[in-house]
Ligand binder design. Sequence first.
Ligand SMILES: [Mg+2]
Length: 244
Amino acid sequence: MVLDLDETAIDNSGYEAGLVVNGANFNSKTWDAWTQAAQAQAIPGVVEFTKYADAKGVKVFYVSNRNADQKEATKRNLQALGFPMGGDVDALLLQHERPEWASRAKGARLAYIADRYRVLLLFGDNIGDFTDRYDGSVAERDKIFEALKAHFGHDWMMLAIRSTALGERGLRSQFKLSDDEKHAGSSASSSLGRPSRETGGRLRARTPNNRVRPEPFATGATPPRIANRVDHRSPRLAAALPRG
Ligand SMILES: [Mg+2]
């Protein structure tokens, strides 16, 4: 069986929390720092499930669009969480590991596995984890979903995405949300304030009586340090964020 990693097998809420605290958006530099820190947590139940499959002789593969140069840290992260790692088979297939795996589209990597194994189950949190026809408009994706929907709940298992910009992209293409609008729904950003020209790009917290005071998190600070202060399992992540 084949699993996507981010937000399917592992939980990057710590990174997302860092973005909220810093009033920042995803960027590849902070994301790379997060992956190299190997601090992602397991999505509940996935370690137990993959270990069970492995014990029954089912080879477990992970197909992720993390980059090839993030492989060692990602492997370390997965091993520390207890995921089965394929024994003498390399079970972690990342983007750019081979010239033919340069695309974000996962079809070539899924075909590589399917040439060698009978694939029983695919797990993902995004349509691109199942088909290469993922990049169209919302209407086109709806159409593709209709055509493929018999797979879902049968041999394709979708875990509803709860974070990251991939889900938001569909909304943006329709509603064109500005950064301010995107951040407006966050209770943490409204209580902590956001970096602005006025604060020289630094985030400042507001006390209950609304006096601005210096806040320790600078925009662009590496999220892993912040992640240690957050309960990754809490569904009320914003409520758990440090408020000074
Ligand atoms: Mg994912």
